[in-house]
Design a binder for this molecule. Structure first.
Ligand code: NAP
Length: 281
């Protein structure tokens, strides 16, 4: 992410070892040292299933930690851009969710993330929440990398076909946040509030897996695609309920800030090429 920072910005990135967002003194020490003009928070407790039995920890990071960051940002009068999730919705819809739609998380992770959004809104006047979904990229663990690993180990793979959402590349989220930072730098303001940003078009996990294997074979990352079976959510029980419908309406971000969603199919190609280059390096 730091590699994509716009020219003219001094960017400081911190891992959880260097800056625990649940620790007000650490936040203050970092803010005192670098005197930020804008903060982007991508830190979160993201173990969706584990959160069901580890609610205290999920809330400590996703709600209390965000509240501490928000308070520190407000004390400097600076904006806090914060990443949130499609899991704040129940998943029972059939039209893309707008930022104003009613939230109703079905699990601890979504509840803790929604609590964090509320902390941010209450503590920091210059806040922007960017809800996203189904994040993939060349770094970290994610669905694309899991599919590549399973696809090279197995002949047959079963993937859920009755959950729909928008796969979103981490790079496109980073670019969107940078673009927002640039707008703030140039104009001294942003349209504060809640926005949605995810890849288009919406698809199922099964569709996503199918495209991953098609592209991976054509790029030479896999010899052949495994046979892909479509299963239902009921066939693949998990401790935390997943929203069946996670599709986010991203029009507000385009209308207010001119930032449009990208094609996840094209973003996937860039990520697979990056993974291929890394393999052959
Ligand atoms: N992945 C998705 O599909 C998805 C979908 C929608 C929204 N999101 C949102 O996107 C953001 C990034 O998620 P991700 O998928 O990149 O998750 P991730 O890979 O789990 O990254 C979260 C990061 O937060 C750090 N962290 C955890 N507790 C912290 C603390 N107390 N202080 C400082 N850092 C802490 C973690 O560090 P350690 O590894 O050292 O613990 C990790 O580097 C989150 O806000 C998440 O809710 C993700």
């Amino acid at each position: 992410m730091l590699q994509r920072a716009p020219l003219g910005f001094s960017v400081f990135g911190y891992g959880s070892q260097e800056l625990d967002i649940g620790n007000a003194e650490q936040i203050q020490a970092v803010f005192d040292a670098i005197k930020p003009e804008l903060v982007i928070n991508a830190a979160a407790y993201t173990a969706v299933d584990k959160a069901e039995s580890d609610a205290d920890r999920a809330y400590a990071v996703n709600s209390h930690g965000v509240g501490l960051l928000a308070t520190a940002a407000e004390s400097l009068g600076i904006p806090l851009l914060h990443i949130s999730t499609d899991y704040v919705f129940s998943g029972e819809g059939d039209k893309p969710y707008t930022p104003d739609d009613v939230t109703r998380p079905t699990g601890v992770y979504g509840l803790s993330k929604l609590a964090g959004e509320k902390q941010l809104q209450a503590q920091c006047s210059r806040h922007l929440v960017l809800r996203t979904s189904w994040v993939f990229g060349a770094h970290g663990n994610n669905f694309v990398k899991t599919m590549l690993r399973l696809g090279s180990d197995r002949d047959t793979l079963s993937v859920v076909a009755d959950q729909h959402g928008g796969p979103t590349s981490a790079g496109s989220i980073a670019d969107t946040l940078w673009a927002l930072a640039v707008i703030f730098q140039q104009e001294g303001r942003l349209g504060w509030g809640v926005y949605h940003y995810s890849g288009v078009p919406a698809c199922s996990w099964h569709d996503f897996a199918n495209e991953i294997f098609t592209q991976a074979v054509s790029l030479g990352l896999l010899e052949k695609s495994p046979e892909l079976k479509a299963i239902t959510t009921a066939d693949y029980p998990t401790p935390a309920k997943r929203p069946a419908w996670s599709v986010l309406d991203c029009e507000k971000l385009a209308d207010v800030h001119g930032l449009s969603p990208r094609s996840w199919v094209q973003e996937l190609q860039a990520v697979l090429q990056q993974l291929g280059e890394r393999r052959s390096a």
